[in-house]
Design a protein around this ligand. Structure first.
Ligand code: NAI
Length: 378
């Protein structure tokens, strides 16, 4: 078990950067990841004498985030409205000892800088992996079956079956591959198997245990270009780190089958913004779908909002919400409380939740030496 810092004083300052839920959060208390509902931990912290600062204001030197981080002991952030904890901010965060990601994915924190200051970073592993896996399957289907243009046609009052059927296919008989076969990637494979794909492939520096591989009938491909060139559909399910930033770029896109579909619910910056836009517009990709953006909130003019393939479809982009269903929010709010409670009591953390601790990586998933399998980008 991993032993996390024992705190001797009881009063701590906890800073949470969450998104504003507005009237939706007032009407729906299960929207726990909002500034209004405060992960359901405000009263608990107050009753225990701790200070709890909650805000959505995260950009610029005068933001609540950048000012309050200077005195906070604990930072809670979510990947949905990420407070980007840069090396510079970590340097200024004199009291910071623990960062909790309410959800999964801690790439918005400079993990190397956190290690230098021996700050613990923990996330609620597994809390929303089913939520994302379901979204991935939906995104694959909506691209392959050309769903969005078909629905838009109906809303417009039109009815021209051939216009949408000309680019609609079955998932059955296709080759689907996941980059990353961890908690989410594996669940995607499990859910795809009943669709009778031609083959399921995965690209991951960590091979699956033989029985897990057999259970989903998946084949590991160790070379990225070889992997990409075999897939009709590629789904990205690895963390964003130094080895995966820009992994899907102008060069790697050349290895895709012409007209393949790409789904990315992992992190926006794994895919190059312009390269993906150009690939969809040229028809090299038949479509791109997902919920993650290279900066969040995505600017109004972000090209992924409006890209279309030459037949006018191929865009399944939505805001970052696949991992924040109401079911997921209950799990990550509970998990956040558990991590914080254990830390306040000086108890051990669940090792599955610890990303960095005592100046080192506790998980291989984010380790900076984890370059693509062949060690270089193609
Ligand atoms: P995990 O740690 O269980 O699995 C990640 C897998 O990626 C591991 O098997 C690891 O070996 C593999 N991997 C790492 N670097 C790689 C590389 N360079 N090439 C190939 N494989 C590599 O993580 P989990 O729970 O499956 O989550 C994956 C990611 O999904 C998270 O890090 C996060 O960025 C994203 N996510 C997105 C959510 C959303 O709402 N859209 C919600 C939850 C997670």
């Amino acid at each position: 078990m991993v032993k996390v810092c024992t705190l001797l004083v009881s009063l701590v300052v906890v800073l949470a950067i969450l998104y504003d839920g507005g009237s939706a959060a007032e009407q729906e208390p299960r929207l726990l990841g909002t500034t209004e509902n405060k992960l359901g931990i405000a009263n608990w912290l107050k009753e225990n004498g701790h200070e709890f600062i909650v805000s959505s204001d995260k950009e610029g030197p005068n933001s609540v985030f950048q000012k309050e981080i200077e005195t906070a002991d604990v930072l809670i952030t979510t990947p949905f409205h990420p407070g980007y904890l840069t090396a510079d901010l970590i340097e200024r965060a004199k009291n910071l000892k623990l960062c909790i990601t309410a959800g999964v994915g801690s790439d918005h924190i400079d993990l190397n800088a956190a290690n230098k200051k021996k700050i613990t970073v923990a996330e609620v592993s597994g809390s929303n992996v089913v939520s994302v896996a379901e979204h991935v399957v939906m995104s694959i289907l909506l691209l392959v079956r050309n769903f969005v243009p078909a629905h838009e046609m109906i809303e417009r009052g039109d009815w021209q079956v051939s216009q949408v059927a000309r680019n609609a296919f079955d998932l059955e008989g296709k080759v689907v591959g996941t980059i990353g076969a961890g908690r989410i990637g594996y669940r995607v494979l499990q859910r795809l198997l009943p669709f009778d794909p031609k083959e399921l492939l995965y690209y991951d520096y960590a091979p699956l245990p033989a029985n897990a591989e057999q259970a989903v009938k998946a084949r590991r491909v160790e070379d990225l270009a070889e992997f990409l060139s075999q897939c009709d559909v590629v789904t990205v399910n690895c963390p964003l780190h130094e080895g995966t930033r820009g992994l899907i770029n102008k060069e790697t896109l050349k290895h895709f089958k012409k007209g393949a579909w790409l789904v990315n619910t992992a992190r926006g910056a794994i895919c190059d913004r312009i390269a993906v836009k150009e690939a969809v517009e040229s028809g090299q990709l038949n479509g791109y779908s997902g919920d993650v953006w290279d900066v969040q909130p995505a600017p109004r003019d972000h090209p992924w909002r409006t890209i279309k393939n030459p037949l006018g479809g191929g865009n399944g982009m939505v805001p970052h919400y696949s991992g924040t269903t109401l079911d997921a929010q209950a799990r990550y709010a509970n998990g956040t409380k558990d991590i914080l409670d254990r830390w306040l009591k000086g108890e051990e953390q669940n090792p599955a939740n610890v990303i960095v601790i005592n100046g080192d990586y506790a998980t291989k998933a984010y380790h900076p030496t984890n370059l693509p399998l062949d060690g270089q980008r193609k």
